[in-house]
Design a protein around this ligand. Structure first.
Ligand SMILES: N[C@@H](Cc1c[nH]c[nH+]1)C(=O)O
Length: 395
């Protein structure tokens, strides 16, 4: 590509937010930050890039292939953060040791992953999320799921569903059935990509008996409300999977107390693409969007890799995805109106500046013209820029 072709381009998987879009994004972020704060969460800000080793320690080796990597001057490998869960675990393990548990943190920030870009899926994207550190029980998981529901409501969405799964359910079945580590990896891979044909092929090639094959093959179909959990409980014999189902049921009871159960169902085939999950996992979906709006789950082992043994759970919501869903569902984001446009006659700028200051101190949104105009010109500009009122400082 010639240099001239490059200068006006932006890198693959990035985007600009023009004023209207940036305004809608800001409105949603402010609303969600307010919600997190009302639930007792404190904001944290971490560096945009970290050492690759930190991310690998927290999220495992596989994460490397999806990260943007570069070098610092002493040749250390740096990466743009692919999410906030590992950076926050690092902060908590190194900086928040003295804090009284549980610690509840939130963030609103950009993260970076190599993705096949499309609307709502970019290599740089924005997340709002929480991490709840130090809660081992269903109470913590239920709080996080309820907060995920509330944040989608707060953003203006009505029509969405959260699907709850449990990674220990599948792990229990795979351990019991004696699949090799390589086969387990493949099974997980095909479940994440919901490739039932690929899944069937791995299972057929394995040494599993027909009943175990059928159970694993059917996991992606274990979808529904509590009656599905009860039915599946009767199908599995191993303790790990049964405990996983009981755990989901306890979380659901609490979600009923939160009054959000109508947004929640179970999907035992959910395996999130991060390897760090150890318990309940979930994803939120809305019609017209082929990927999750939000996702999260429990990751009890991550902080131990930074030297502090501490259970944790959390979730993140994709801001662009919420904006896209609102747009596709025809829901408008209530933005602050543009209030007053001030135009002025030659020589009246000092007076206009005084008026603008007075009105802004009252909390009004005011744009001040930068050159003199006739009243008709000022009115035309007010209209074009979308201000509600013209204040004209004339003779
Ligand atoms: N970091 C995860 C979401 C999450 C937060 N905490 C636990 N999981 C993601 O980006 O999908």
């Amino acid at each position: 590509m010639k240099q001239n072709d490059m200068v006006l381009k932006i890198p693959y998987g990035t985007r600009d937010f023009l004023p209207q879009e940036a305004k809608r994004k800001r409105m949603i972020e402010n609303a969600i930050a307010g919600l997190f704060t009302r639930w007792g969460y404190d904001e944290v800000v971490t560096p945009t890039f970290e050492y690759a080793e930190t991310l690998v320690a927290g999220a495992g080796n596989d994460i490397l292939q999806d990260m943007f990597k570069f070098f610092d001057k002493s040749n250390q490998i740096l990466v743009l953060r692919p999410d906030m869960t590992t950076p926050i675990a690092r902060v908590a393990a190194t900086r928040l040791k003295e804090d009284v548990l549980p610690v509840k943190l939130f963030y609103l920030t950009n993260v970076f992953r190599y993705e096949q870009a499309q609307a709502g899926r970019q290599c740089e994207f924005y997340q709002a999320g929480v991490e709840l550190l130090g809660g081992a029980d269903a109470a913590a998981d239920a709080e996080v799921v309820a907060l995920a529901v509330e944040s989608m409501l707060e953003a203006g969405l009505q029509n969405f569903q959260i699907s709850l799964g449990q990674v220990r359910f599948i792990n229990g079945i795979m351990e019991e059935s004696g699949l090799s580590a390589g086969e387990r990896q493949l099974v997980k891979h095909f479940m994440v990509s919901r490739d039932l044909v690929g899944l069937g092929e791995v299972l057929q090639k394995s040494a599993l008996d027909a009943a175990a094959q059928e159970l694993l093959q059917n996991i992606p179909l274990f979808y529904g409300k509590e009656d599905m959990l009860n039915r599946v409980y009767g199908l599995v014999r191993n303790e790990t999977s049964r405990q996983a189902l009981t755990n989901l049921s306890s979380i659901y009871q609490l979600l009923t107390a939160y009054g959000v159960e109508k947004y929640v169902n179970f999907d035992l085939g959910i395996i999130r693409d991060f390897d760090y999950y150890t318990g309940m996992v979930f994803e939120g979906y809305t019609p017209g969007l082929g990927f999750p709006l939000c996702g999260g789950g429990r990751y009890d082992k991550m902080l131990a890799s930074f030297g502090v043994d501490c259970p944790a759970t959390g979730f993140a919501l994709g801001i662009e995805r919420v904006l896209l869903a609102l747009e596709r569902q025809g829901i408008s984001v209530a933005c602050e109106p543009k209030d007053i446009y001030i135009g002025w006659l030659a020589g009246k700028l000092p007076q206009a500046i005084g008026e603008a200051g007075r009105l802004r101190r009252q909390g009004r949104t005011v744009e001040l013209a930068l050159s003199p105009q006739t009243e008709a010109e000022a009115e035309a500009e007010r209209c074009q820029k979308g201000y509600g009122t013209l204040l004209y400082i004339g003779g």
